[in-house]
Design a protein around this ligand. Structure first.
Ligand code: NAG
Ligand code: NAG
Ligand code: NAG
Ligand code: NAG
Ligand code: NAG
Ligand code: NAG
Ligand code: NAG
Ligand code: NAG
Ligand code: NAG
Length: 451
């Protein structure tokens, strides 16, 4: 099958294109349909006009949304806006939220989402001055061993963008895109504590472009879940994170035409950094995937397919079928390549992977002088320890031992990598959104700086 539309998106990203030009280049455009300035000309709903926004933004945000949801811009000005009443903004068309200040979680509500956006079209959440942030003060929950609300969740949203804002210290997941379509997420920094359960971006849906994002946490960086079709993820900096993945692949998995390009991942703990596919049983398929130009440093796992991922409960089914997946140009180093093989492909014995291609994988070990590549349960595949034949012996692992650094393994570093994660018991400062997310790359869409 062809990756036509995501390839078109990649080509479009090279052009000095505004959103409208990019949209017209794609079969299915991504992003809002109406420019924020045109929405602003229709109506401006400033939260300061809708109640006391500083002590609890929730009610004024909801009132401003209701006033502007048929077309307009909800404005949240500079300054601190505490928020203890969480809101679901549902419905509407051709509207936007301009977040110039910082929303700080207050109160004790432990579940749900601080801001949920649902069933809306032509939507944009942005920061015209590039300084907007949501501060979740997650440590107030995490230090006591519990989780709190998620920061932001979009459900059934079509033709949208979220950009140029920081999501900080969520008490749970940071950004969830649930069954959304034709959307774009870019120029974002996500900073959570060094703990699992604080996912950066989880996405499932159709025609979505996620680019120029930095994530710090100890769980998902930018992760695709099922169902998903035509998702392009590029220029991603997992700066002390869990790594990008395809996760929670259960019964009826339906993921295809996924591309990740230019992904820089550094510094894991022992918990499955840079894991790629994790499942245990399940059914359905992951097909037509291209994962190219990855750089890793000091990660526990690197290229990692695990059809028996023990942290996932065994799901009904013979296993998820992985087919037509290409890994191309992976360089850098891993923590201990004899303990955790930098190439590790363990597919379900009852649903062997097929048509997997590994090309240009050069990852050397930080510890010791040798590393292993391990492959099991794959057919009609090519490269390294993969099995070219259409027959295989269930669970017979092919292991190769590499005793010299593969040529071309050495890879660039980002200017300042994180040398330790963020504690769960103290506040994480609000960072500035950076202007590079992959060595040598600049954002596909210019950062907003006080526009
Ligand atoms: C909001 O409420 C706080 C606390 O009652 C008060 O100090 C502040 O002046 C109020 N702000 C506005 C804009 O009404
Ligand atoms: C949060 O919970 C603590 C302890 O239960 C309580 O003392 C505090 O008043 C609560 N804060 C709010 C804003 O409800
Ligand atoms: C999704 O949103 C559209 C409006 O954009 C609405 O008409 C539709 O009912 C929503 N679907 C679901 C399942 O909520
Ligand atoms: C997978 O999802 C696509 C896109 O929504 C849909 O067209 C297709 O029927 C689904 N396939 C299966 C086997 O569920
Ligand atoms: C194998 O996968 C490649 C992409 O990785 C694709 O171009 C090719 O058509 C696939 N072959 C088969 C037989 O599915
Ligand atoms: C690397 O892994 C191997 C095999 O598990 C282990 O024997 C060795 O001690 C590890 N090296 C370091 C530096 O942790
Ligand atoms: C293959 O190994 C997995 C994981 O250890 C096990 O659950 C499965 O039963 C084995 N399958 C066969 C056919 O040996
Ligand atoms: C990675 O995170 C650390 C800690 O916040 C920060 O100091 C560093 O600048 C980040 N790296 C880059 C290149 O943004
Ligand atoms: C946070 O936890 C660490 C490790 O348990 C401890 O050393 C540190 O003092 C704690 N910091 C605060 C502000 O409680």
């Amino acid at each position: 099958m062809m990756l036509t539309s995501i390839v078109l998106a990649a080509v479009a990203s090279l052009l000095p294109a505004c959103l409208a030009q990019l949209a017209s280049t794609l079969e299915y455009p991504v992003g809002p349909l109406t420019h924020s300035s045109a929405k602003r000309a229709v109506k401006l709903c400033d939260v300061t006009k809708y109640g006391n926004h500083t002590t609890d933004l929730g009610p004024s945000l909801l009132a401003a949304f209701n006033a502007c949801k048929a077309g307009g811009v909800v404005n949240i000005p500079r300054g601190i806006h505490q928020m203890s009443t969480f809101v679901t903004l549902s419905g509407g068309n051709a509207w936007a939220i301009n977040l110039e200040g910082t929303i700080e979680r207050a109160g004790n509500t432990s579940g749900g989402n601080m801001i949920a956006i649902e069933s809306t079209t032509d939507f944009e959440l942005y920061s015209s001055n590039g300084k907007g942030a949501i501060q979740g003060y997650g440590y107030q929950f995490l230090a006591n061993g519990g989780y709190g609300p998620r920061l932001l969740r979009l459900t059934n949203v079509t033709s949208f963008a979220v950009h140029d804002i920081a999501l900080v210290d969520s008490p749970a997941f940071h950004l969830v895109l649930d069954t959304c379509s034709q959307g774009e997420v870019y120029n974002m920094i996500i900073r959570g504590a060094n703990l699992g359960g604080l996912d950066g971006i989880d996405v499932w849906g159709f025609q979505i472009w996620i680019h120029d994002v930095e994530v710090t946490n100890k769980d998902e960086c930018v992760t695709v879940k099922s169902p998903a079709l035509n998702i392009l993820v590029e220029d991603i900096y997992c700066n002390w994170s869990g790594g990008c993945a395809m996760g929670s692949l259960n019964a009826g998995t339906n993921i295809s035409k996924i591309q990740y390009s230019n992904v820089y991942t550094v510094n894991s703990n022992q918990m499955y950094m840079a894991r790629l596919f994790k499942s245990n049983g399940g059914s359905g398929f992951v097909s037509d995937v291209l994962l190219e130009n990855f750089i890793g440093h000091k990660n526990a796992y690197s290229l990692y397919i695990n059809g028996y991922w023990a942290s996932e409960a065994v799901q009904p089914g013979d296993g998820v079928l992985y087919e037509s997946i290409t890994f191309s140009k992976w360089t850098g180093d891993c923590a201990n390549g004899s303990g955790r093989a930098p190439i590790y492909v363990d597919c379900p014995a009852s649903a062997p992977c097929s048509n997997i291609t590994l090309v240009g994988i050069a990852i050397w070990t930080d510890a010791g002088h040798e590393e292993h590549y391990k492959c099991a349960n794959d057919i009609d595949s090519h490269g390294y320890c993969l099995n070219r034949d259409s027959a295989f012996t269930p669970n017979a692992t092919i292991t190769s031992t590499v005793t010299a650094a593969p040529s071309g393994w050495s890879a660039a570093y980002m200017p300042s990598d994180l040398s330790t994660g963020f504690a769960t018991n103290s506040s994480i400062p609000v960072p500035t959104v950076p202007n590079t997310f992959f060595p040598g790359a600049t954002p596909a869409t210019a950062r907003a700086y006080g526009r």
